[in-house]
Design a protein around this ligand. Sequence first.
Ligand code: PLP
Length: 449
Amino acid sequence: MDRIDSVKQTQNLSKPPQFNDENTAPLRAKQSGTDATIESEVRGYVRTFPTVFNKAQGSILTNTEGKEYIDFFCGAGSLNYGHNNPNAKKALLEYIENDGIQHSLDTATKAKLDFLNTFETVILKPRNLDYKIQFTGPTGTNAVEAAVKLARKVKKRAHVIAFSHGYHGHTLGALALTANDYYHDEHYGSRDNVSHLPFDGYLGDIDTSEYLEKVLSDQSSGIPLPAAIILETIQGEGGINIASDAWLQRIAAICKKHDILLIADDIQVGNGRSGKFFSFEHAGITPDIVCLSKSIGGGLPFSINLIKPEIDAWKPGEHTGTFRGNNLAFVAGRAMLEYWKQDFESHIAERGALVETRLNAIIKRHSKRDISCRGRGMIWGLDVGKGTVAKSIIQGCFASGLLIESSGADDEVIKIMAALTIDILTLDQGFDILDGVIAEVFAETDLLS
Ligand SMILES: Cc1ncc(COP(=O)(O)O)c(C=O)c1O
């Protein structure tokens, strides 16, 4: 029996959802293949979705048993245009068929030039944005590393300010900016030269931008003048915390006043996730550096940084790496930019409105409970108050054929991130599953209390 088969054997896909977390933990460990794989213990999502996926199209994944799952997870924002988007697929098949360049370090290729031209014409110019584009290593954390390194080089200062509940990746530089203690170990030395200040809303009604201004204006505050402030306009992993437009405008003004670079980490909520291509467009601000990854590659690994021309201080080859610029991702990513030639914002808004309506209906139905929702565009969170409750809901959804994840300090926020291209029927079907599972979980917890 090979390993995949033995993993399959440990699954019992017809088993009804069990909502008592303590009871299901050992079962889930077994289903995930914990005792039947050579893969490191570090694996994570397979524990949440313990099955062997085989195929995917649009918003539907199919496992090796033929069971289908609706995708409300979207590779944590990497599949905004759905799995195997037909336009990306067609472009990729043609490219490979014609022996297009696969790997090129950062030499010029037609695929790269086409991507650059399309990005400039379709995304930057219509928004009056003047940025240079740096291709970084392929994952989000590579973009963050490059952004922070450039900011430090330009401003000749080591310190960087990030925010409570912020998430920026796991390589050591980016990890320093990531707030959640779960990912840290004092031996990593990963807290150096970074201060985490309160994000918008962290202190209730208190305007945390005033606190930022205060510590920057006081040379005895203990917070050194930073090279950069890095933020997510909507904290995805942090629990769908949305910075208000006014707060973002104040942060941008503070950066200007104190000669600090503003880095927008748009890795999760860029590429249309917030309803506009860039999430900071809502606030009308123009960050000095923008990190983009995930869906920018049309489903393939690819990251870029947008850099204001006046701070493009890199020396040739100074920040390098073998896999900067992925030609297949140039091709797939460019095909996805075509969506932005049309009124894609209305298309996203229609789906976002449906998500909001369905979430509000769930909240109304369970009005005795302390649950709430928040979101923008096609990134929404349903805060169920407790990580254990969210976990039971996620497990129940998985058993019923819906992939959905949670975020937040206690993983207490169910994160709804369906593809921007999802058809309305599938979106509704996904919500029918979520709705039913939530009712079952709440009924179960009522019985137990
Ligand atoms: C806002 C943000 N920044 C950075 C990252 C890191 O990206 P990656 O996991 O591709 O390294 C993520 C990943 O979820 C993210 O959400």
